[in-house]
Design a protein around this ligand. Structure first.
Ligand code: PAF
Length: 278
């Protein structure tokens, strides 16, 4: 595996391999876990070259403490990337990516107005800034994203459409711990007590899906929030059942289109997100 830290080195390393076949790309913020490993495995299977980036992108954090506390585990991450037989790891500094502030403003309309967009102002603009930069350096044929960040995938697909990029966005299923908790780099920040209670999120989502048989959309939404918030250590930021394509609120099960239930919960100071297909 080649570790590169500058954009020039990255471009050279990717271009030296481009004639061998498709280039696959997995952008990450490090603190890699089995969820990332599953994206990388798929990327490895489907491409001649697998590129992974590790960069904790400051412009997508609306909370300074969240950025400061975000786990950084470069040595362990590199070991995982070696095991997964990644060809190129791009691990740049903040100065390399942002030698000057990125003032670009993306507009994603209704896709960014609810859920994460509403609760984390500026977050998706930062995601679009970094992902568009990374795509322009790597120029991948395919890029891999986990469905845990369901709204992020919709935003990135819209960005790709707006910029007319030729990369295919591959959506990969959520990886869960045995007790159902969606794998996330933030899970390592939970105390043992918080970690023990966190699987309630997925348990509640699963039960909510069953309730669809006898309850309306609003009733299910209300029930989920009540269930989660009945645990002292947890507070629901939002739970929304939305149309999976438009991300607009669903008002009844009979409306056309697949529905997705998306949730953000604060467990102490740690913010966890998850989602489930209805
Ligand atoms: O999902 C993430 O880890 C980040 O939002 C991403 C896509 C790597 C951009 O920083």
């Amino acid at each position: 595996m080649k570790i590169v830290r500058t954009i020039d080195e990255l471009k050279q390393a990717v271009n030296a391999r481009r004639s061998e076949g498709p280039v696959g790309f997995v952008p990450t913020m490090g603190a890699l876990h089995e969820g990332h490993a599953s994206l990388i495995e798929r990327c490895r299977r489907e491409n001649a070259t697998a590129v992974v980036s590790i960069f904790v992108n400051p412009t997508q954090f609306n909370d300074k403490n969240d950025l400061k506390n975000y786990p950084r585990t470069e040595a362990a991450d590199c070991a995982l990337l070696e095991t997964e037989q990644v060809d190129i790891a791009f691990i740049p500094s903040t100065e390399e990516i942002y030698p000057e502030p990125d003032t670009r403003v993306f507009r994603f309309g209704p896709l960014e107005q609810a859920m994460e967009g509403e609760h984390r102002p500026g977050h998706f603009n930062g995601v679009a800034q970094i992902v568009s930069k990374l795509f322009s350096y790597v120029m991948p044929d395919k890029a891999y994203f986990g469905e845990k960040d369901f709204q992020q995938i919709a935003i990135i697909k819209e960005m790709v459409r707006q910029l007319a990029l030729s990369v295919t966005i591959v959506e990969c299923p959520i990886k869960r711990a045995e007790d159902g908790l969606a794998l996330s780099s933030r899970n390592t920040l939970l105390t043992p007590e918080q970690r023990a209670i966190a699987p309630v999120i997925y348990m509640t989502l699963k039960e909510a899906v069953a309730r669809k048989a006898w309850s309306g959309v609003e009733e299910v939404q209300k029930w989920v929030v009540e269930q989660i918030d009945s645990n002292q250590a947890m507070k629901t930021e939002y739970f929304k059942i939305v149309n999976a394509d438009t991300l607009q609120d669903a008002s009844s099960w009979d409306e056309p289109g697949t529905k997705r239930g998306c949730i953000a919960v604060k467990v102490g100071d740690i913010r966890l997100i998850d989602n489930i297909k209805f």
